[in-house]
Design a protein around this ligand. Structure first.
Ligand SMILES: C[S@@+](CC[C@H](N)C(=O)[O-])C[C@H]1O[C@@H](n2cnc3c(N)ncnc32)[C@H](O)[C@@H]1O
Length: 229
């Protein structure tokens, strides 16, 4: 990696009060906890980057935190960020891995979160199937991109331009189409899901039913619900 690129990466992945989204991560973490009600068990953040969302979830829950990223360079930076935010090193674990082949066993994770990584994925059906595989029965995933509805619209809009990708924009933007997400999600048998477009972001909430229900529904094929909030 060039020195310049390394410096850029370091600046974006340093999570402190000067980070461009510093005021957003605590609000998104609170929104996730309020909406999904999960405060304990194993939590996986896919494409964790700076680890900011995971760190904020750690501050308000007793979740066992795990950050995964395809870029091994982020691992050191995330460790520094966790330290900066006084998160004990035994609260947070880091994994090098790819969403398309998660290095985790089946039925392992109570809460999967992922923010801002989805535009970079190559095969969303495979990625969603992997997320579903690692979810525990009654586990839930919140995956997508954007900001928190607990922010003001003005603040979210101010942040938005920094988030739009200039690199391969067509591929990066395809997940923003509801039909694209629905097509990928419909290939995950047994999963219950909904697509949320709330004006702040686009998110997929995916649930793995309890064991008994999952077996019953599996014979009938996928079940899903789609709603707009
Ligand atoms: C825009 S950053 C978002 C970082 C962080 N989640 C946040 O909200 O600030 C996207 C992250 O996704 C990671 N990523 C991209 N493709 C991935 C993949 N296939 N599997 C896992 N992580 C991936 C990148 O390395 C990068 O750290």
């Amino acid at each position: 990696m060039s020195h310049q690129k390394e410096e850029r990466l370091r600046a974006f992945y340093r999570y402190d009060q000067n980070h461009p989204f510093a005021s957003m991560y605590p609000l998104l973490a609170k929104q996730i906890v309020d909406d999904l009600g999960v405060t304990s068990g194993r939590c996986l953040d896919i494409g964790t980057g700076s680890g900011a969302l995971l760190i904020e979830l750690g501050k308000i829950t007793s979740l066992e935190l795990m950050g995964l990223d395809i870029n091994p360079e982020t691992m050191v930076l995330v460790r520094d960020n966790a330290k900066r935010h006084d998160l004990p090193s035994d609260r947070i674990e880091f994994l090098h891995g790819d969403v398309h082949a998660l290095p985790l066993p089946d039925n392992d994770i109570r809460l999967v979160v992922s923010r801002g990584s989805i535009p970079f994925w190559d095969d969303h059906a495979t990625a969603f199937a992997e997320i579903y595989r690692v979810l525990q029965p009654e586990g839930v995933a919140f995956v997508g991109g954007g900001f928190s509805r607990y922010q003001s619209k003005e603040e979210a809009d101010r942040m938005r331009p920094a988030w739009v990708s200039k690199d391969n924009p067509e591929k990066r933007a395809r997940w923003l189409h509801r039909e694209f997400l629905e097509q990928a999600l419909s290939q995950v048998p047994g999963a219950e899901w909904r697509v949320i477009e709330d004006g702040y972001g686009t998110w997929v909430e995916m649930r793995k039913p309890a064991q008994g229900r999952f077996v019953a529904e599996d014979t009938k094929g996928a079940s899903h619900a789609v709603s707009e909030l």
